[in-house]
Structures are given as C-alpha cells and as structure tokens.
Write a protein of this length. Structure first.
Length: 192
C-alpha cells in the first residue's frame, strides 16, 4: 500500500501566507512552520531552564512544526476573515480538524498515533507555547517587511506585539526582550 502523508506535508512550500498583504518577499507555510518550531522550542527551553517549568521542549517543537499542516488542504485563510465572527472562527476550526484527520488517514496505522498527537494536540500548555511562537514568527515577518521599506505590515506588527504582551507569558516576554531586537539589525550590525 502507498501512503501520501509525507508528500502532502512537502506541499507546505506551495501555501503562501499573508494573502491580503503586499509582500516584498513571499513567505510560505514551510518556512513559517520551521521558524515557529524553532521559536516554540526556545520558549519552552526558557520556561524549563529559567522558570523551572516542567515542559518537553522537543514535543513543543514537534507540535509547532505541524501546527498549520491542515492548511495544505484548506489553504491559508487570512486572519481578518478567520476571526471576523465566532461562527466563522468555529466553522473554520471544524474545517481544520477535518483536514488534519484527512492528512492522518494518509499514514499507516502504526505511525498514525504518533502524528495524531502532533496534528491534533490537546495539551493546552503546549498549545500556549505554539501560539506565542506563531505570533512571534509573524512579528518577525512584519519586521522583515518593514526593513525592506514595506509599510503595509506596521499595523499588523503593532497588533501582534500587543497580542503577545496580552498573553502574559513570561517566556514570550523574555524572548521578545532578549532575542527579537536582533531581527531589526543587519548581519553586519550583529557582529557575530
């Protein structure tokens, strides 16, 4: 029997984000997912090492890696539409769940359980790390666009920074203070 899960996951590179915004550089779902996973793992590690939280940073990274996998099937619905009303938000969550289950059905039985834990994550603490990392990744996109002279993302950056702040998540605050400023700098300015 042939299984299509990994060929479908490979299609993340064809799903562009920020569809309603003028971009100086397109960002695809594959790029975003990797960046979100790296940030989520860092947030969890900050929580573990500095705040003595009991969190598995590698599980957080793995969940983050697949956090938008359903968009391979659904496409990327822009945030202003997705969250326009509770009815649309809830309906879209159902659509995303259905798409994730469809992806999982393209795996053999012996692997499905493992990937099910990642695509259908029910751990609210892990979800919190992934959500914060997702927003921080979006802030980075806004910074990159701003550095390229694109003012289209200024309002989004302000909104996203406020959303991260309102999460009241110490790990996100630490990351924002210690690591986010570097994204404003050029390679030469970073002096590595």
């Amino acid at each position: 029997m042939k299984f299509h899960f990994f060929s479908m996951i490979s299609r993340m590179k064809y799903i562009n984000r920020w569809g309603l915004m003028r971009n100086t550089k397109a960002e695809n779902l594959s790029e975003h997912s990797l960046e979100t996973a790296v940030i989520a793992q860092a947030l969890a590690l900050i929580g573990k090492k500095r705040l003595n939280k009991n969190i598995d940073e590698n599980k957080v990274a793995a969940v983050a890696l697949y956090h938008d996998a359903s968009e391979i099937i659904t496409g990327d619905l822009p945030t202003p539409i997705k969250y326009n009303s509770p009815e649309i938000r809830d309906s879209y969550k159902e659509i995303e769940l259905s798409a994730s289950k469809r992806l999982l059905s393209s795996l053999p039985d012996d692997l499905r359980g493992f990937y099910s834990e990642l695509l259908l994550n029910e751990d609210r603490e892990i979800e919190r790390y992934v959500k914060a990392a997702d927003k921080i990744s979006a802030i980075i996109k806004c910074i990159e666009e701003k550095k390229s002279g694109n003012r289209e993302f200024l309002s989004a950056e302000k909104t996203l920074r406020e959303a991260v702040k309102n999460m009241n998540m110490e790990e996100a605050e630490i990351f924002t203070e210690e690591f986010l400023p570097s994204f404003e700098l050029s390679l030469d300015e970073q002096n590595i």
